[in-house]
Write a protein that binds this ligand. Structure first.
Ligand SMILES: [Zn+2]
Length: 146
């Protein structure tokens, strides 16, 4: 039996009709969320109907991706062997500025609840992963990437 090779890059997520726009915009190093045309609430993951009012109409809104960490978990056991050598790592959900909640992996080190974050984009073979890094206040009081 041949040795099993460790994948060089995580397998690309399987995009479907609802999530294709999400993966396409990440590939362009942008973050976009579905926004309901009836109640104007943003949502993730992409769904065919609004989870708040059930309206089927939505549009994709490009967002800055800055926000505040809502929750954080540390991953010790991965679902994809390509990530095995990277444990432990932190995955966060982020309350985005302007509305909506997104999840992504911490770009460097740990992030904790309440941390201000900014997005970054890590290209893999055929897909792009959203990550979040700690933002720091600038001289003007706004946040900027570290
Ligand atoms: Zn709605």
């Amino acid at each position: 039996m041949p040795d099993q090779a460790v994948p060089a890059s995580p397998a690309a997520p399987a995009a479907d009709v609802d999530s294709a726009a999400h993966w396409r915009t990440l590939r362009q190093h942008r973050l976009a969320l579905q926004e309901c045309e009836a109640c104007e609430r943003r949502r993730f993951p992409p769904t065919p109907r609004c989870p708040f009012c059930a309206d089927p109409r939505s549009r994709w809104e490009t967002v800055a991706g800055t926000g505040t960490v809502y929750s954080a978990v540390t991953v010790h056991r991965t679902l994809d062997a390509a990530f095995d050598g990277e444990t432990p790592y932190t995955v966060v959900t982020v309350d985005l500025d302007g509305g909506g909640r997104m999840l992504g992996r911490a770009a460097d080190g740990r992030l904790d609840i309440g941390d201000r974050v900014t997005p970054s984009y890590l290209d893999h073979d055929g897909w792009t992963e959203l990550r979040f890094g700690l933002a720091r206040p600038s001289a003007h009081g706004r946040t900027a990437p570290r």
